[in-house]
Design a protein around this ligand. Structure first.
Ligand code: GLA
Length: 722
């Protein structure tokens, strides 16, 4: 408490240090607890005064009119601003400078949803017929501010946008600590925290598609000191965009931190013809004084309400065949897998890669993408038959698609090499032996849409895993005219989002998983059309503890598909306990597991559906012990008087076995009960198991959960005593 007070005083004191030279009026974007303060000077310039809690006097910094330019909210290149601009344009007449002055400010209350208020700031360059509207949408309850822009060219000719970020927000604190989430295939969302010093740090992707393979577009900035889970003053941000992106953090001469976010990376110049406009991707911003947990809970709440498909529908339990069979299956083998899963509680069988092909059959990853016909040699009775056979065994049927891609060894590529993004007069650069289709070409877009129509319409397919395994290595489109060659990366992703949206609308009963060689594409624009995403091809639970921990900072657990497999050779209970903290599924050959494991799988699915999923799907999420800092890690969910705690041991360590709970009412009483034992008759080693404790005691003293050895795990249910 004292610490909080001190922080408030520090922030207030910083704010008194300065005032702006120019007179004008304040434009504040507020949510229930936070405020982004902008200033419209009499000179028309729009500057930032601060971003923080409503109750603190917001920090601002300023000085002479000359300095004021350095605080522009959407800084443009070439007219006094010397830092990292958000917008850089070459105008139709060759002018390389841009100045934006506010022309109009509108505040619009959403008609259907009281929670949403949008401020629209229309700006114009006084020397050019060039306009930018900044949209700031404030979601009151969730403290989320969504910022994006519309750039309009009404000049006499085309303009080139060299930079066109979505937002550029400033904060003025004595220090900043950046947490980012990077990695690669099978190693996604590694969390790193570093102190920012003077200069610029950029987290970015140039990959075009599968764009988040090496960095996920999400960040946390802790002000005043390193982050913590519960009390640090923090900003969290993410970009609703499946494509390349840039997140820049610049401590400049103002000593403020400028945070710039956009989908404009890799554009060697986006050409906007006369009369055209461009809408930039939506960026999301959250401020919290409750540390990382505070930020996560706000994103989860917002995501579930506004940016996930069917957020309230329980995620089905899948049985996938990728780890079990790869592409080596035929009809009988698949029906055999259905048969083995009968009665286990699996909801959907998901047939993965390898089911298609015409002239070339997909038996390895070097052919057939683009030829989405059932491979008759493997599946002579077709997909309808498989749907029927699965249904007869109590399961629905789902399928893998990789609609954006083409193999050079395919009928599609032989007929239409110009439909692929590639440098036709150079050697092709392939990724996983494939190329990306040019979705900026409407004919290709139509073809890709037809894949969904042809596969899903004739068959009662209830699930799609939408994969994308290749980056755009050569962003070269035969379709785009000479002056728009640089638009490819951005336009590709706009088209992709259109197709995703159309899929979600046209096939409302087909659930979908967003996958990109694992978690290579995870963002809230895509997720509007998917029930979940595939966090990683790495299903070793020992790695998944970390990967799910990373993504969980921004995405709720029911959006994270997590499957039990044999990867890593871990005990079945550890695999299942880790998967159950996400959206549970399996990827194994059930005929090959021991009778004990099979029995355990059945019990696990039952427990998950009955006791765990209702809490994890809707509950508030708390990180209790970080796997980055402890051999024993723990997370928990609390929902309406019920809770579930997951405890995982990643290294042998007999010490450090106390888990302090969070999110409970200190004065209420809760019964704790360990569940999910591998064998019947096993007893909990948790002292106090089955007994009731005050919330205060569980939070202050914690429970001792003796997981001890690597791969030890426990699941503890909590229920409030009435
Ligand atoms: C990607 C996915 C996997 C699997 C394979 C199939 O790597 O991430 O889960 O679907 O493709 O080729």
């Amino acid at each position: 408490m004292l610490m909080k007070r001190l922080i408030s005083i520090t922030i207030a004191a910083i704010s008194l240090m300065a005032s702006f030279g120019a007179s004008g009026e304040e434009i504040s974007i507020t949510t229930d607890n936070t405020k982004l303060t902008l200033w419209k000077g009499d000179d028309g310039l729009l500057t930032v005064r601060g971003y923080g809690l409503k109750r603190d006097t917001l920090n601002s910094y300023g000085g002479s009119d000359e300095q004021v330019q350095q605080f522009l909210f959407y800084p443009t290149y070439g007219d006094g601003f010397l830092g990292d601009s958000a917008l850089q344009v070459t105008h139709a007449d060759g002018d390389i400078a841009t100045r934006l002055e506010v022309q109009d400010v509108k505040v619009v209350q959403d008609k259907k949803d009281k929670n949403i208020i949008t401020t629209e700031i229309l700006m114009k360059d006084p020397a050019q017929d060039f306009y930018v509207t900044i949209y700031l949408r404030a979601y009151q309850n969730e403290d989320v501010i969504q910022i994006w822009t519309k750039i309009e060219n009404k000049e006499k000719g085309g303009v080139t946008l060299h930079k066109f970020a979505s937002a550029s927000v400033m904060n003025f604190s004595p220090s900043y600590w950046l947490t980012h989430f990077t990695g690669s295939w099978a190693n996604e969302a590694n969390m790193t925290e570093e102190k920012l010093t003077r200069g610029k740090k950029e987290i970015y992707s140039n990959l075009g598609s599968r764009a988040h393979r090496m960095a996920t577009p999400m960040f946390l900035v802790s002000l005043l000191g390193p982050s913590n889970e519960d009390s640090a003053y923090m900003i969290g941000g993410t970009l609703m965009w499946p494509g390349s992106f840039s997140m820049r953090f610049d401590i400049d001469s103002t000593r403020g931190l400028r945070m710039t976010m956009g989908g404009d990376n890799r554009s060697d110049g986006y050409y906007l013809d006369k009369g055209e406009s461009l809408e930039t991707p939506k960026s999301l911003w959250v401020f919290s004084d409750k540390g990382k947990n505070g930020i996560s809970q706000k994103f989860h709440k917002w995501g579930r309400k506004y940016s996930m498909r069917n957020p309230k529908k329980p995620r089905p339990v899948l049985l996938n065949n990728w780890e079990a069979t790869g592409m080596g299956f035929d009809e009988n083998r698949l029906v055999g897998l259905f048969e083995d899963a009968k009665g286990t509680g699996v909801d959907i069988f998901l047939l993965d890669d390898g089911w298609f092909g015409g002239k070339y059959v997909r038996n390895a990853d070097n052919s057939s993408l683009g030829d989405w016909k059932v491979a008759e040699g493997k599946l002579p009775s077709g997909l309808g038959y498989l749907c029927k056979e699965a249904k007869a065994r109590g399961m629905e049927f789902g399928i893998w698609l990789e609609p954006e891609m083409v193999s050079p060894k395919s009928e599609l590529f032989e007929a239409h090499p110009e439909w692929a993004l590639r440098s036709a007069n150079r050697n092709y650069v392939l990724g996983r032996n494939q190329l990306v289709l040019d979705l900026t070409n409407p004919e290709v877009k139509k073809y890709v849409w037809k894949i969904f129509e042809d596969t899903l319409r004739p068959n009662p397919i209830k699930y799609v895993k939408w994969d994308a395994n290749c980056c755009i290595y050569q962003p070269v489109s035969d379709f785009q005219p000479k002056n728009k060659k640089g638009n490819v990366d951005f336009e590709y992703n706009k088209s992709l989002l259109d197709i995703m949206k159309k899929f979600s609308k046209e096939f409302p009963d087909t659930a979908a998983m967003l996958c990109s060689g694992g978690g290579g594409r995870v963002d809230y624009a895509s997720l509007q059309n998917f029930e979940s995403f595939w966090a990683s091809d790495n299903t070793d639970p020992m790695s998944r503890v970390f990967i799910q921990w990373g993504f969980g900072h921004f995405y709720p657990s029911n959006s994270m598909s997590a499957h039990v497999t044999h990867m890593g050779g871990r005990p079945m209970k550890f695999c299942a306990d880790v998967a159950m903290s996400g959206a549970l599924g399996f990827d194994l050959d059930i005929s090959k597991v021991s009778p004990e494991d099979k029995e355990y799988i059945k019990k696990t699915i039952e427990l998950y559906k009955k006791e765990i999923r209702p809490i994890t799907s809707a509950g508030d999420y708390y990180r209790l012990k970080s796997p980055y800092e402890h051999a024993q890690s723990a997370v928990m969910f609390v929902n309406k008087g019920k809770g579930v705690v997951f405890v995982y041991q990643t290294r042998d360590d007999e010490n450090d076995q106390t888990v302090k709970l969070k999110g409970l009412d200190p004065d209420k009483t809760y019964t704790i009960k360990e569940v999910g034992f591998y064998a019947d008759g096993q007893k909990s080693e948790i002292k106090g198991d089955g007994q009731a404790f005050k919330g205060r005691e569980l939070m202050e003293n914690g429970i001792v959960v003796p997981t001890k050895k690597a791969c030890g795990s426990s699941i503890i249910l909590l229920s409030e005593k009435k």
